[in-house]
Each structure stands twice: as C-alpha cells, then as structure tokens.
Write a protein that binds this ligand. Structure first.
Ligand SMILES: Cc1cc2nc3c(=O)[nH]c(=O)nc-3n(C[C@H](O)[C@H](O)[C@H](O)COP(=O)(O)O)c2cc1C
Length: 209
C-alpha cells in the first residue's frame, strides 16, 4: 500500500481529504500557485520547497542529483537562484551543459513541481548582492582550501583559510536557474491535476496525470 494518494482512483472519495485549493481546475491559477510556493520556499526555511533537488549531466552522460538551498525567486523573470562552490562538480557539469532539472515536492500540500531550467553562473552586481547577503556561517563553507569532493585520507585533513580565500568569496558563486518549463502535479482524491507551463513557447496545457 502506498502512503501517497497517487495510486488512488478518482472515484475513491477520500474521507480524509484536505480542502481543495481554489486553483484545482484553473490552469493559470495553478501556475501562479506554483510560483507562490517557490517564492515562499526562499523565505520559509520550514517549507519543503526550501531545499529542492537539482540534476545536471555528468561527463559520462549520466544524470547526477543533489540538494541545494533555494536562495532566490524572481517570478516575473521566471528565475530561481542557489549558491555553491565554483570548484564543485555541478559547476563543471553546468559549464558543459547548462540544461538541468529541478524537483520540488511538498507532501503536506501534495504538490510536485518539475522544472526544466537553464543554469547561469552570476557575476557583477548580481554576484555582489548575493555575496553581501551571505551570513558568516555560510561563508565558512567557501573557505575550505581543498576542492569539494577531493579524496582525503582523513576528515581531519579538511582545512579552512579565510584570508587565502577572501573570506570564501573567491570560491563562492551564485547560480541562476532560468525556468524554461514547469510541470505541475497536484494530488487530490477527487482526481489528480497535472499541467505543463512552457515559458519559452508561452503555452499551458493540462496533462493526463
Ligand atoms: C539540506 C541540504 C542543503 C544543501 N544546500 C546546498 C547548497 O545550497 N549549495 C551547495 O552547493 N550544496 C548544498 N548541499 C550539498 C549538496 O547536496 C552536494 O552534496 C554538494 O554541493 C556537492 O555536489 P556536487 O559534487 O554535485 O557539486 C546541500 C545538502 C543538503 C543535504
């Protein structure tokens, strides 16, 4: 038996069902609701959308995934942002292929978003703004002297050097995720709702769940 409602038939009326969102049968409102959840994911550390998974393609052609913290959401520009170490594997991967996928699931809301994104390392004013907003505790991560993912014999060999890394700034990089498409999935006992929003083509369609 599954714990989710995904394998429940539409005819199985749930006795425990949460009240339906107003956007249930409204394509445009579903898209707006998805974006509102992304915006909340930035500000609300308890939101499930605060820590999405992002998948890139490794040099050998296989997908690789990791969790990141969602740091920015510009709804009008359809752009998200996360921060990372410019020496990390994901940066080498996005430099070869900037197309990536992001995954969000809020089990309470029963909403999954799958995003097709194009990644871009930010520089200039966008870099400065992101670095200035970074807290001292977060900066420490970027002060590690060895590249993230390097093989070491002993965890005690990991070293941090604030001065040599300009407080971590030289290793830090904000990354924009330009959202190309958003796939919405809303699980509901009355019948699931699935939709595709293509921001490149400006199209929106319901899909069979
Ligand atoms: C809750 C959580 C939040 C994380 N946030 C970030 C993040 O914002 N940026 C980041 O580079 N790595 C973050 N990580 C670590 C990554 O998941 C990953 O292990 C690391 O970045 C190395 O990935 P890569 O070798 O694929 O580049 C986080 C991990 C967890 C579990």
């Amino acid at each position: 038996m599954s714990n989710t409602e995904f394998d429940r038939k539409p005819s199985d009326k749930a006795k425990t069902g949460a009240p339906l969102l107003a956007c249930y049968d409204d394509l445009e409102a579903s898209c707006a609701y998805g974006w509102s959840m992304l915006a909340r994911g930035v500000k609300d550390r308890k939101s499930a959308f605060h820590t999405p998974s992002i998948a890139t393609i490794a040099a050998n052609g296989s997908p690789t995934m990791r969790t990141v913290v969602l740091r920015g959401c510009e709804t009008d520009a359809k752009t998200l942002r996360f921060h990372t170490d410019r020496r990390s594997g994901k940066i080498a991967e996005l430099q070869k292929n900037p197309l990536a996928a992001m995954h969000f699931y809020d089990a309470g809301a029963k909403i999954q978003l799958r995003l097709a994104v194009r990644l871009e390392m930010l520089s200039g004013d966008a870099f400065d703004a992101a670095w200035e907003a970074t807290r001292p505790m977060s900066r420490e991560c970027y002060q590690v002297t060895q590249s993230p993912g390097s093989v070491i014999e002993n965890p005690a060999q990991v070293q941090f050097d604030a001065a040599a890394s300009q407080d971590g700034e030289m290793h830090f990089v904000p990354v924009a995720a330009h959202v190309l498409r958003m796939e919405w999935l809303y699980l509901a006992a009355r019948g699931h709702r699935r939709a595709m929003f293509d921001f490149e083509n400006g199209t929106q369609n319901w899909l069979v769940p």
